[in-house]
Every structure is written in structure tokens, then in C-alpha cells.
Design a protein around this ligand. Structure first.
Ligand code: G6Q
Length: 550
């Protein structure tokens, strides 16, 4: 594999960047009346406006040339056809197969992926309907009213985010809760509101070995048994979503109440699989299917549209432009949509766990920056918190703004203000406000020339700061599916350019390995063991607080 920095397009971009250093978007808009048309793209009801970026059509051409030289198209086809592109775990990456409604037969290593997916979906549908129509009863014969998804990371963030995003589609018959943290406060706070007779626990764990999930699931089981006093109750109040049938059975969950998925579904890409059961329970089967269909529509777009008019490719390559040429470290995501309040934590995992890597596909350390630090919060809250730094700070921060054109709410006027604020922020980032204008305004307000001169620099907005706007009609299941798949593929695009494996996550292992000996050292049972000075100091302090010998 040719190193990234040796690719001809990389060299071209390095040269082009030198020409672009002084580029001013404001002049570009003045000079090209059609800049918006040239640098925006529609896919379904999604509009991506990327004209407020430090790019010219030439930049985009060079970036797409880099994508081609990086064999983005070949890698994309390899993913869709089930090649083992997650090479460190020797796995295919087929979350796209989970949402293809009419699938061409896809046989991967002897497994008929299409049939297996359809069979699990059918079982999920039957189960969801039995909860909704009340034919599934709890141990004492009452229908289920509350569902608790116990999972963490990929087995929590996706479904929790979707359930928050689509709460306006929630059926009234069940309420869905999410418990992830090992901190007992999370489970205890949730159980407080629940009646064991009408509660169903979904234990969501791909491996079924995850400490947090098993601890919470065991505590939930103990809570249930303490109330219902019959081991048989577990079968009516626990179901599992997993790839590990043996461990599920060992936990005491009836294999009939287990919904499987496969090792080719990565945790952070799993909301489309059985891990989405809580979503279907909240919004109903039809809406869950609409979510899958939206993602599939984006899959088709990503697979078929030429790179120049391919939304994930464009978003991904813009990120490369900023991270690797402008030297940006972070990337802000601001959904002007309260329902998308969990989108940023979801995207943090998607992006940072996928592309927070420093070794390439040739097993060598990379010599360029990879995944950015992704952060953000819903608008307009962010405006009253950290937007100061986005507008006036010393760092350049590429940003995405997401907003719905309409919001089916009776408080339509508030949505109008929300929309206006979203557009106003991207306009302010672009236009800025000059010292001369500010001084003139202050003087016109009656301020002395001298005071105005002193105050004006503090009020200057440099402008020329980049943003993408993703405008959608309204937040419905189909649109959300499209948006999420867009970000998944964007992350994929960047991983290909950076020549890394976006689908493993070895970086989460070490802390897990170090925890058990530390846990032992905190109690009186075992010797303290070998630790660095800081960790040793902390362990010793905890032991002292507990009255243990140190
Ligand atoms: C996601 C990661 C990780 C995983 C959790 C939960 O891509 O692999 O976040 O989802 O660690 O794992 P289990 O589902 O196996 O409990």
C-alpha cells in the first residue's frame, strides 16, 4: 500500500493548501453567485449545504482524486460485499445488510446473510407485537408496561439515541428506559420508578461478557426475584440480544427469548440489528422498518452516487481537508433539535472509536492525524455556553449544524426561532463582523471615539469560519435512518483515507485488564501488587479510608 503522504493527490493538496491559506469565503460568495448551488447536494429530503467551507470546486476535485487514489470505491465495494475488511478481528462488516429490504442473495462464508437477517427480524416483529397487543404477559399475568434495556457502549448509545430522537413516535402502551453505567445509581434510579410485575428487561450484549451489563442484569434479576419469588419469572421478564447463546443460557434466559446477531455487526453499528429491539418496542414495528429503510436509502446513495455528488464522501473528505491540511483537532456537531440531544454521544463513539487509531493497514504507525475529537451539544443551548470559542477563539473548528425545516409541534413559533438561530449562527461564523463596523456602531450609540476604539477589538468576529448545514424536512424515522447512515459512511470514508481499520477497538482493552487486580487490591483479601506511584497512592488512600492495612 502506498503511504498516504506519497499519493500524488496528497502532494497536490499540499500545494493547493498553500494557495488556499488566504482564502476568504466571503469573497468567494461575492465572486460566484452560484456558490450555494455548486457546493450543496440533496439526497431524499436531506440537503447538505457545504458552501460555507474553505473550499473551491478545485479543492473538491483534488479531495475526490485523493479518495480515488486511496481506492475508496474499491474499499466501499469490499465492505458491501462482505469481505473481511475488519482485518485485525478477521471479520466482515455488514451492518448495511441489516437494513436492506429487498436483498440480493448475499452468501458470506457459507452463511446466507439475507435469510438469517430476515428470520431474526420476523421473530423480533412477533415479539414486539406480542408486547404491544398484550399477549405477552408478565409472570403474574399482567401486561408489560416498562422495558429496560441493559447494555453499554454500542449496545446502549444507538438505541438510547434513537428512542430519544423519535419519542414523538412513542406508543403509549410501553415506556422504554436505558441502564448502562456500572454505577449502581443508574439501575437503582430506574428501578425506583418500576413495578416488577409489569417490567421487561432486555439484556443487550453482543459478547454477553461485559462487566457493566452483567452486573446490572444480575442486580435486576435479584430485584425481580425478590419481588416475584419464583425463578420461573425470569423467563417472562428477561430477554437477551446477543451473539453468545451459551452465556445467555448460563445467565438463566430462555434461548427462546434470545434474539441473535452476528460477529459481522460491530457494536457501534448494531442499532439496526436485534440491538434495536428497544427501538421497535418504543415506536412500533412499522416505524422501526422506516428507520431501516432510511438507512438503506443512504446505503444505496453511498454505494452508487459518483464521489463528487456523494454525501458521505463529501462530508468525509471535508473532514480530511480540515484535519490534515488546516491542522484542526476538533470537530463540532450542533443539532438544532432537542430530540437529537443524544446524537453527539452516539457520534463520539461512532467517530472516535472507529477512527481513533494510530496504526495503518500495513501495521505501521501513521505520520498524520487521524480521527478528530468530536464534541457538541444541541442548539440553542450551545450558543449560551461554548459558542464564544467557536466564534472568537484562536482555534479553527469545522462544524456541522443539523436542523429540521418544520417541526410538527403546536409551539410552531418557537421552532421558527430555533431555525432562525441555527441559520444565524452559520451566517455569523461566515460573515463575522469587522472592527470598523463595530466602532461605527458604538460611536453611533453615543460612545466616545476613544472608548469605542478600545472596546471594538473585543467585539470583533473574525468570520470566515466553516460550517456544514444538514437541513431535513422533519425528524421522522426514515430521515433519522438516513442521517445516521450518512455519518456511519462518512466515518468509513475517512478511515479508508487514513488507511486504518475503523472497525476494531483494541484501545478499550487495557483499562479492562487492569481493573480486576486493582479491585482486588482495594479489598483486604489480596496484596496491593505492582502499580505506578500515582495509582499506588490512590489505592493506599482508599484502603486507609476503609481502615485496611497499607
Ligand atoms: C462498540 C464497542 C463497544 C461495545 C460495548 C458493549 O463498537 O465494541 O462499545 O458495544 O463494549 O459490548 P457488548 O455488547 O459485548 O456488551
Amino acid at each position: 500500500m502506498k503511504p498516504l503522504k506519497h499519493l500524488p493527490a496528497w502532494k497536490t493538496l499540499e500545494q493547493h493548501f498553500k494557495d488556499m491559506r488566504a482564502f476568504d469565503m466571503r469573497s468567494a460568495f461575492r465572486e460566484d453567485a452560484h456558490r450555494f448551488e455548486h457546493l450543496s447536494l440533496r439526497c431524499g429530503n436531506l440537503l447538505l449545504d457545504y458552501s460555507k467551507n474553505r473550499v473551491t470546486p478545485d479543492t473538491m476535485r483534488h479531495l475526490m482524486q485523493l479518495a480515488r487514489e486511496s481506492d475508496l470505491e474499491g474499499m466501499r465495494n469490499a465492505m458491501f460485499s462482505g469481505e473481511r475488511i475488519n482485518f485485525t478481528e478477521r471479520r466482515a462488516v455488514l451492518h448495511t445488510a441489516l437494513r436492506a429490504p429487498v436483498r440480493p442473495p448475499l452468501v458470506v462464508e457459507g452463511m446466507d446473510v439475507e435469510r438469517e437477517v430476515a428470520a431474526v427480524l420476523k421473530r423480533m416483529q412477533r415479539f414486539v407485537e406480542s408486547i404491544h397487543n398484550g399477549s405477552w404477559r408478565g409472570h403474574t399475568g399482567k401486561p408489560i408496561r416498562d422495558v429496560v434495556n441493559i447494555g453499554i457502549g454500542g449496545s446502549d448509545l444507538g438505541p438510547a439515541m434513537v428512542c430519544a430522537a423519535l419519542d414523538h413516535y412513542a406508543l403509549e402502551s410501553v415506556r422504554v428506559h436505558f441502564v448502562s453505567n456500572l454505577d449502581p445509581a443508574h439501575l437503582a434510579g430506574t428501578l425506583k420508578q418500576l413495578d416488577p410485575e409489569t417490567t421487561l428487561f432486555i439484556v443487550a450484549s453482543k459478547t454477553f461478557t461485559t462487566l457493566e451489563t452483567l452486573a446490572n442484569a444480575n442486580s435486576a434479576k435479584a430485584w425481580l426475584l425478590a419481588a416475584l419469588r419464583a425463578p420461573a419469572a425470569v423467563a417472562r421478564h428477561f430477554v437477551a440480544l446477543s451473539t453468545n447463546a451459551q452465556a445467555v443460557e448460563a445467565f438463566g434466559i430462555d434461548p427462546d427469548n434470545m434474539f441473535i446477531f452476528w460477529d459481522w455487526v460491530g457494536g457501534r453499528y448494531s442499532l439496526w440489528s436485534a440491538i434495536g429491539l428497544s427501538i421497535a418496542l418504543q415506536i412500533g414495528w412499522g416505524n422501526f422498518q422506516a428507520l431501516l429503510a432510511g438507512a438503506h436509502a443512504m446505503d444505496i446513495h453511498f454505494k452508487e452516487a459518483p464521489l463528487e455528488v456523494n454525501m458521505p464522501a463529501i462530508l468525509g473528505m471535508l473532514g480530511i481537508w480540515y484535519a490534515n491540511f488546516w491542522g484542526t483537532d476538533t470537530y463540532g456537531v450542533f443539532p438544532y433539535d432537542q430530540r437529537l440531544r443524544l446524537l453527539v454521544p452516539f457520534l463520539q463513539q461512532l467517530d472516535m472509536e472507529s477512527n481513533g487509531k494510530n496504526v495503518n493497514r500495513d501495521n505501521k504507525l501513521v505520520n498524520y492525524n487521524t480521527g478528530p475529537i468530536l464534541w457538541g451539544a444541541p442548539g440553542t443551548n450551545g450558543q449560551h455556553a461554548f459558542f464564544e470559542l467557536v466564534h472568537q477563539g484562536t482555534r479553527l473548528i469545522p462544524t456541522d449544524f443539523l436542523v429540521a425545516a418544520v417541526n410538527p409541534t403546536p409551539l410552531a413559533d418557537q421552532h421558527e426561532w430555533l431555525l432562525a438561530n441555527c441559520l444565524a449562527q452559520t451566517e455569523a461564523l461566515l460573515k463575522g463582523k469587522s472592527r470598523a463596523v463595530i466602532e461605527a456602531e458604538l460611536i453611533a450609540q453615543g460612545m466616545s471615539r476613544e472608548t469605542a476604539k478600545a472596546l471594538a477589538p473585543h467585539k470583533v468576529f473574525p468570520g470566515n469560519r466553516p460550517s456544514n448545514t444538514l437541513l431535513y424536512q422533519k425528524l421522522d424515522p426514515h430521515t433519522l435512518g438516513m442521517l445516521l447512515a450518512l455519518y456511519e459512511h462518512k466515518v468509513f470514508v475517512q478511515g479508508v483515507i487514513w488507511q486504518i481499520n475503523s472497525f476494531d477497538q483494541w484501545g478499550v482493552e487495557l483499562g479492562k485488564q487492569l481493573a480486576p487486580p486493582i479491585r482486588a487490591a482495594l479489598s483486604s483479601v489480596r496484596a496491593i501488587g505492582e502499580h505506578d506511584g500515582s495509582t499506588l497512592g490512590l489505592i493506599t488512600d482508599i484502603r486507609r479510608r476503609r481502615g485496611l492495612s497499607t
